[in-house]
Structure formats: structure tokens, C-alpha cells
Design a protein around this ligand. Structure first.
Ligand SMILES: Cc1ncc(COP(=O)(O)O)c(C=O)c1O
Length: 357
């Protein structure tokens, strides 16, 4: 960190103590982007049409209105508009969730490795973080360890299902066990990759008062650049989440795009079918190369490359194929996003050449 100039105000101790988080998002254009679990072919053409044809200067001059988009998105997720808040990506959902429920010094359970923003926002809040490791090498969800870690002091639990970067998922039954053990804690189930796994807790939000579920438009919907997510819960909880959120954190273009996106369910269904076929192809290809991997319920696969992880990442990058090294949190592992079968063929051809040299 740059030394603070004389007279500068020192940030809160929680912020000073945090490790900076800078994902490698620069210089990705024009490459085969298998590094961020995005949709690798882009959003529905209907989204582009809405953004290019339905936007005028007068619309952009006014603060966003969410009513029509809320109704369309609620229909898509089979809830009422009172069951969710729009958020600026899942990242803001996590932030609003933490801001609403966690005070300085309170206990928050997160897993490791998991999506980095859980720890990030818990750290900003000054929470006491209780870390549960995924057991190596299987990286299966450590249900018993999570249950054992829950105490009356537990204020919040953040879980992604399926998990990033492991790709492993948990059953609804396991989630139920966590929710009933953690009755005094707010539990967030982040379902960013739901469309690829088919397991969701969304149907439980009316029945289980400590349950929160998030979804995103960044992954299967192909709208990561627009930054839109939804945070669902019982309507009484949603009123408090609204209070803790800035009123216009989601922009007009994002909600306009969302309305078009949820109307094109065929596009989503076809993309999921393609990804699941490509995931199978990737797993078979890795097996043929003698590379083991963690069985995945998401649109990415964590491969075990041992001490060649960094070399594989760098040599793929030399061929304009981006994958994400995760060896700093899962030894020897590289995470590969799954796109189309054609893209997977290109990846496997490059990987074969690297691996056998
Ligand atoms: C589990 C999980 N949740 C959330 C996100 C980010 O979602 P958003 O783009 O909606 O902030 C990611 C992105 O990688 C993720 O892996």
C-alpha cells in the first residue's frame, strides 16, 4: 500500500487489516475467456435489441424506475415483487445482506475456498470470521464441520451452491439442516450457478424466516457487464434489506435488459444444454490426458494440474485462452469455465499440446 500522506485520515482498522482483492480483469477482450465463469457467447439477442432500440435520451435523463422490471423478473422466478430486491450484481446482494445483519465483531461463517466477496464484505464490516475448510482433495461440502461451527454467537452464514471455485454442490436437505441448526443466524445461499445445477432453496423463502437466496444475471444470462442480481427472502426481511440499500444502485439499462432476458427462456435453456454437453466433453478430455478434476455441478471445472498449474495457465494464455489459477487456495488447481463444445475442443487441443510437452 502507498504510504498515507501527512495529515491523511487513517481508515477503520477493519479496512487497514484487509488484503486487497484485484481479480485479473484487464486485457481479456478478443481472447477465449474461460476464466470468470461468464456466458462465453454473450446475452440473448433480445437484450441487445432492447438496449439499442428502446433507449432514448429522455429515458437516461431520469432516475431508474423498477416497477415493470420487478413484475417481469418476479414472474420469471415465480415469486412476487415483494420477495426480492434488485442489486448491483450479487456482490451488492452480499454487501446489503452483511450490512443489514452483521455488526462489528459478530461471528460470520464462510467456507474456504469460496467466492471471495463473502469474506471481503464480512471483513469490511469488521466481523469475526469463522473459516470452514473444504477437505482436500475431494473438496466436497463439509456439512458436519459447518453444523459443528454453528453456535448461538453465529450471526450469518454465506454459502454458494454450487460453490465457486470447487464446482461442488449441496442438497436441499443439507441446506435445511444448516437452516434449522442456525435459527439465530441469517443464512445466504448464493445460487449464481443455479441454472447448471437445478438445486434451489428459493421455494423455501416463505417458510424459513432466516433464509436468503441470491441469483445473478452475470452468468447464464450473459450480462456481467450490466451488474444485476436479485436477493430473495420473506417479504418482511426484504423491507429491511431495502432500508439498508441505496435507492438507485441498479441502473435503468440493467433492468431494461433483465426484462428482455427473462422473456427469452429458450435462449437460456439452449445455452445450459450446450454447456452441460461441453462440460461432459471437457471431463472426458481431461481424463484422456490423465488430469484429474473435481466433479462439477456448475459451468466450470476445477482441474488438478499439480506443480504445472501456473505453467498451464501461462501457456494457455500465450494461445489467447484464459483460465484461472486457483493454486493459492486449492493446491495445484486451475479453474476452467465451460462454454460451447467448439470452444472446449479448442481448449482441449491446446491443453493436450502443453500437457504432453
Ligand atoms: C458464487 C458467486 N457468486 C457471485 C458471483 C458474482 O456475481 P455478480 O456478477 O452478480 O456480482 C460470482 C462470480 O464469479 C460467484 O462465483
Amino acid at each position: 500500500m502507498t504510504r498515507l500522506p501527512k495529515g491523511a485520515i487513517r481508515p477503520r482498522p477493519a479496512v487497514v487489516a484487509m488484503a486487497p482483492y484485484h481479480p485479473p480483469t484487464a486485457g481479456r477482450a478478443g481472447k477465449l475467456r474461460l476464466d470468470f465463469n461468464e456466458n462465453t457467447v454473450g446475452c440473448s439477442p433480445r437484450v441487445i435489441e432492447a438496449l439499442t432500440r428502446q433507449v432514448n435520451a429522455a429515458d437516461l435523463a431520469v432516475y431508474p424506475e423498477y416497477g415493470d422490471a420487478r413484475a417481469a423478473v418476479a414472474r420469471h422466478f415465480q415469486v412476487t415483487p415483494e420477495h426480492f430486491v434488485f442489486t448491483n450484481g450479487t456482490d451488492e446482494a452480499i454487501q446489503v445482506f452483511v450490512n443489514t445483519y452483521v455488526d462489528d465483531g459478530q461471528e460470520v461463517i464462510v467456507l474456504r475456498p469460496a467466492y471471495a466477496m463473502y469474506r471481503f464484505y464480512a471483513e469490511v464490516a469488521g466481523a469475526k470470521i469463522v473459516d470452514i475448510p473444504y477437505p482436500q482433495p475431494e473438496l466436497e461440502f463439509p456439512l458436519q464441520a459447518v453444523l459443528d461451527a454453528i453456535t448461538p454467537e453465529t450471526r450469518a452464514i454465506l454459502i454458494s451452491n454450487p460453490n465457486n471455485p470447487t464446482g461442488t454442490g449441496i442438497s436441499l436437505n443439507a441446506i435445511e439442516r444448516i437452516l434449522s441448526r442456525a435459527k439465530k443466524a441469517a443464512v445466504l445461499i448464493d445460487e449464481a450457478y443455479y441454472e447448471f445445477s437445478g438445486v434451489t432453496a428459493l421455494g423455501e423463502i416463505d417458510r424459513v424466516p432466516n433464509l436468503f437466496v441470491s441469483r445473478t444475471f452475470s452468468k447464464v444470462f450473459g450480462m456481467a457487464g450490466l451488474r444485476l442480481g436479485c436477493l430473495f427472502s420473506h417479504p418482511a426481511n426484504i423491507e429491511y434489506l431495502h432500508k439498508a440499500q441505496s435507492p438507485y444502485s441498479v441502473n435503468s439499462l440493467a433492468v431494461l435488459a433483465a426484462r428482455a432476458a427473462v422473456e427469452d427462456t429458450d435462449y437460456i435453456r439452449n445455452y445450459v444444454t450446450e454447456v452441460l454437453a461441453a462440460r461432459e466433453m471437457l471431463c472426458v478430455g481431461l481424463e484422456q490426458l490423465g488430469i484429474t478434476y473435481v466433479p462439477s455441478s456448475a459451468n466450470f471445472v476445477l482441474g488438478r494440474f499439480g506443480n504445472r498449474a501456473i505453467e498451464v495457465r501461462d501457456r494457455l494464455r500465450d494461445q489467447a485462452i484464459l483460465v484461472r489459477d486457483r493454486s493459492y487456495e486449492a493446491a495445484g488447481c486451475v479453474r476452467i469455465t465451460v462454454g460451447t463444445r467448439e470452444q472446449t475442443r479448442r481448449l482441449l487441443a491446446a491443453l493436450e499440446e502443453i500437457w504432453n510437452s
